[in-house]
Design a protein. Structure first.
Length: 434
């Protein structure tokens, strides 16, 4: 069942909900052809007790009928895909890799591109992720895994040749919108065939009734990458970022799924080193018939790649916003009565290798529901922050797994959450925040 709500008056979450029957009827008309759940009639005068009973029954029906079902980042988690460490291969030092990594690691990529990541490090990361899976299962979550693949094998297309990377970060390649799985086209050549590790899982979900969409696969020819992009000049990169210009051009649509953050009928996307405006526009047009609005937001960040270590919506009316990368459109969230939380500085030591990410993986958390969060066991100040918000921390150590480029949110793709489609923001035109 679709429930449309507006958050106002400085309150956050469901406490401040106001039904909008006209908008509800409009959105219901758009999604009936896609949704496989019963649709209740709307009425302003409907009795609250009856309404709640209908909602509860529909929630139960949703859980029974949909193998894939997730509209946001915080509803109770029932099933998740967790990535694999096995076979993780250092990417070749190409332009798109160089633009997304720190200069201090460039020698590592130059020397080791096409080889497995250091064996001892991978062993520790493997143990961490296996324990992470055990903890999720202990919390009642069904855990699925992608297939193991030899990522060091070199493949060739008419436009390039490259080894693979890994199947460690399902969040990067899969986006769940309701009962639909969307395969992202990606932007790194080394990730061109990454989808193959997930195809058996996706086909199984499809057989159970899920919708399955594959975005247009890019050629990834030289035209997709700006050969003159300033790799070392941070000041110049900041200027280009303010103009929405990065190493990927607008030659063809490209995007990583991890550049999209879901909040019911509103999805927020950033133009980044791996996601271009054509990719965001493709997603906007694709989701519009479902009543989903895709909005582009931006940050003071010269090197954006994936939104979930910069801007992480962790509950209805609750946003983690990176203090080092302020959001230029943050007033929109404030107008809707949301609470903006700036997480504390990460505690990860300077000498720990983070080959493809920043220390801000400390805020790259996985919500099990509105009151439980999986957070790094070493990030004690972040745990205290969640405690102050009334959210229980479930500490898990994935420090070595972080080195491969992701935190808990990156290492997972939430396939099924128990909830309904809701609206948490004031109505606005697609893609317009002011």
């Amino acid at each position: 069942m679709l429930r449309v709500r507006i958050m106002k008056g400085g309150s956050r979450g469901r406490e401040a909900a106001h039904p909008l029957p006209k908008l509800m009827r409009c959105l219901l008309g758009h999604i009936r052809q896609y949704a496989s759940i019963p649709v209740a009639k709307t009425s302003v005068a409907i009795d609250d007790e009856v309404h709640d009973k209908e909602d509860n029954q529909l929630d139960k029906d949703v859980g029974k009928k949909n193998s894939v079902w997730s509209w946001n980042e915080w509803d109770p988690l029932e099933e998740v895909i967790v990535g694999r460490v096995e076979g993780a291969t250092v990417p070749k030092f190409t332009a798109e890799v160089k633009a997304n990594t720190y200069e201090r690691h460039w020698d590592f990529f130059s020397r080791c591109g096409g080889q497995l990541f250091p064996e001892n490090h991978l062993k520790k990361a493997w143990l961490e992720i296996e324990e992470f899976c055990n903890i999720l299962q202990h919390e009642g979550v069904v855990v699925k895994r992608p297939d193991p693949i030899d990522w060091a094998e070199v493949y060739k297309t008419p436009d390039f040749e490259s080894p693979g990377l890994y199947a460690a970060m399902p969040r990067d390649i899969l986006l769940i919108i309701g009962d639909e799985i969307i395969e992202a086209p990606m932007a790194w050549r080394t990730r061109f065939f990454e989808y193959r590790a997930y195809r058996d899982l996706i086909k199984d979900y499809f057989r159970q009734g899920a919708y399955w969409t594959t975005a247009p696969k890019p050629q990834m020819s030289d035209a997709l990458y700006d050969k003159d992009y300033p790799m070392k000049n941070v000041e110049e990169r900041n200027k280009l970022a303010a103009q929405g210009k990065f190493v990927t051009t607008e030659f063809e649509p490209c995007f990583d799924a991890a550049d999209f953050m879901r909040a019911g009928t509103d999805v927020f996307a950033q133009r980044s080193q791996v996601t271009n405006f054509m990719g965001i526009d493709w997603m906007r047009r694709h989701l519009a018939p479902k009543g989903i609005r895709v909005h582009t937001i931006s940050f003071k960040d010269p090197n954006p790649m994936h939104i979930d270590a910069t801007f992480n919506i962790i509950g209805p009316g609750l946003v983690l916003s990176n203090p080092d990368r302020p959001c230029y459109q943050i007033d929109m969230f404030k107008r809707s009565g949301w609470t903006i939380v700036h997480p504390p500085k990460p505690l990860i030591p300077d000498d720990h290798p983070l080959w493809m990410s920043s220390k801000w993986l400390s805020m790259n958390v996985l919500m099990l529901d509105e009151k439980r969060v999986v957070v790094d066991a070493n990030e004690t100040t972040t745990q205290k922050m969640f405690e102050s918000l009334g959210i229980q921390s479930i500490p898990v150590d994935i420090r070595h797994a972080n080195s491969l480029g992701g935190g808990f949110h990156c290492w997972t793709c939430d396939v099924r959450r128990h909830g309904t489609l809701e609206t948490y923001f004031d109505p606005m035109p697609d893609g317009q925040l002011d």
